[in-house]
Design a protein around this ligand. Structure first.
Ligand code: SF4
Length: 400
């Protein structure tokens, strides 16, 4: 038995270190599971474990995962479906593992970047709050600004007050707005990434795992060389992988992208103070065309399957692409404004708006043309009371 095997036995055996805990009950399946996981990590092979409630599964995988990570200089990734389990792993199980194991290790929770406050965007939003927000939203922004002074990690999920989607979207960390050379070391998201980079054990959720997997460059591992992953709550993997690896675009997403530039109803948005009325009219035209396009797509899908909210689309050109030209006009406007060195508009925010509109245009085109025959395409129409419509596609076989 190697050292890792000995440590595992010394934790889980009948008279092991775990037995000193109050209410301890020896569970031979827990030892068996930990040994099987250790063996799989040693031989770099796959393992599926099914164990009933009460076996102590999380500790049975954490202990070998931590030992293999520390002893072999590998990174352990644990991916779960629920936030509750992530919290249990980080605040309870890893703390218990620290008391049981003779090795020191670090653990970090990694969330998607949009969960973190971007202080650069927050100060931009504060400078342009009249242009972007109504009175209530401006109050939220003030509260957020106070909170930003004291939060240790900028995690927007831990805000002690509700934050509207409009404000949240304007202040969260966004790829297109990132200028880390200018922002320096205090960025919450960069700090979270650095903690994960330096940790032996990283906990994340399945959605982030598959999103990163779909966007990261190929390596000798998932995200780090020679890393390994353990999925808990794996019964949801197929559904989450389909969503994470697949693509979707909702009517609300496209409207949101347009409203970032100008919302004809609230008269707010990046371009609301621009002295060019035609630009705002073009946003209104784009909004109308996008609404009409999604309504036509939903109606055409319902004709194929009147009673189902999820309708598979088996051929290209479900409807005409009414959104293409108006979205292109908005792209042309953002390009022009980005090239205008006299413009007082935030280049970072314009870049985000441009990216969102460009992505929407591409996804609509890809959905209608269905050129990628390895994908399955479908439309999701919402229940009564909501008029959202979602265009979706995902690999027909997600195991490839
Ligand atoms: S590095 Fe990116 S996320 Fe961080 S503060 Fe700067 S712009 Fe925001």
């Amino acid at each position: 038995m190697n050292d890792i095997g000995k440590h595992i036995t010394s934790v889980f055996s009948e008279d092991g270190t775990l037995s000193s805990l109050p209410d301890y009950e020896y569970r031979p399946q827990q030892l068996q599971m930990a040994q099987a996981i250790s063996g799989a990590l040693q031989s770099q092979s796959h393992l599926i474990v099914e164990a009933p409630t009460g076996v102590g599964k999380s500790l049975a995988y954490l202990v070998p995962a931590i030992l293999h990570a520390v002893v072999n200089g590998r990174k352990a990734i644990v991916s779960t479906h629920t936030k509750n389990l992530q919290e249990q792993l980080l605040h309870k199980d890893t703390e218990l593992a620290r008391t049981l194991l003779p090795v020191k290790f670090s653990a970090a929770l990694l969330k998607g970047r949009r969960n973190y406050l971007c202080t650069t965007r927050l100060s931009n939003a504060l400078s342009h709050h009249k242009q972007l927000f109504d009175t209530q939203e401006s109050k939220e922004l003030d509260l957020l600004s106070e909170w930003a002074e004291s939060t240790p990690d900028g995690d927007l999920e831990t805000l002690p007050f509700p934050l509207s989607a409009v404000v949240r979207q304007q202040v969260c960390s966004e790829q297109g707005a990132c200028s880390q050379q200018i922002c320096g070391p205090d960025c919450f998201f960069q700090r979270a990434k650095a903690r994960a980079r330096n940790a032996d054990l990283i906990v994340m959720n399945h959605a982030l795992f598959f999103t990163l997997l779909a966007t990261q460059p190929q390596r000798e591992g998932f995200f780090f060389n020679n890393d390994f992953v353990i999925f808990d709550e794996a019964h949801t993997l197929e559904a989450v992988a389909g969503t994470g690896i697949g693509k979707s675009l909702s009517r609300f997403q496209v409207l949101y992208a347009i409203h970032r530039m100008f919302n004809p109803r609230t008269k707010k948005g990046l371009l609301s103070k621009l002295r060019r009325k035609n630009v705002r009219l073009q946003c209104a035209d784009a909004e109308e065309a996008v609404n009409e396009f999604f309504e036509m797509a939903a109606a055409a899908a319902r004709r194929l399957s009147p009673s189902s909210p999820t309708i598979r689309i088996r051929g290209p050109h479900l409807v005409a692409n009414l959104a293409e030209a108006p979205l292109q006009q908005l792209l042309d406007i953002t390009k022009e404004l980005l090239n205008d060195s006299d413009s007082k508009l935030s280049k970072e925010e314009l870049t985000i708006a441009q990216r969102l509109i460009w992505e929407a245009q591409i996804l609509i085109r890809e959905f209608l043309e269905q050129e990628d025959t390895s994908l399955t395409y479908w439309v999701e129409t919402s229940a009564k009371g909501s008029n959202n419509v979602i265009l979706c596609s995902a690999p027909t076989d997600i195991s490839t």
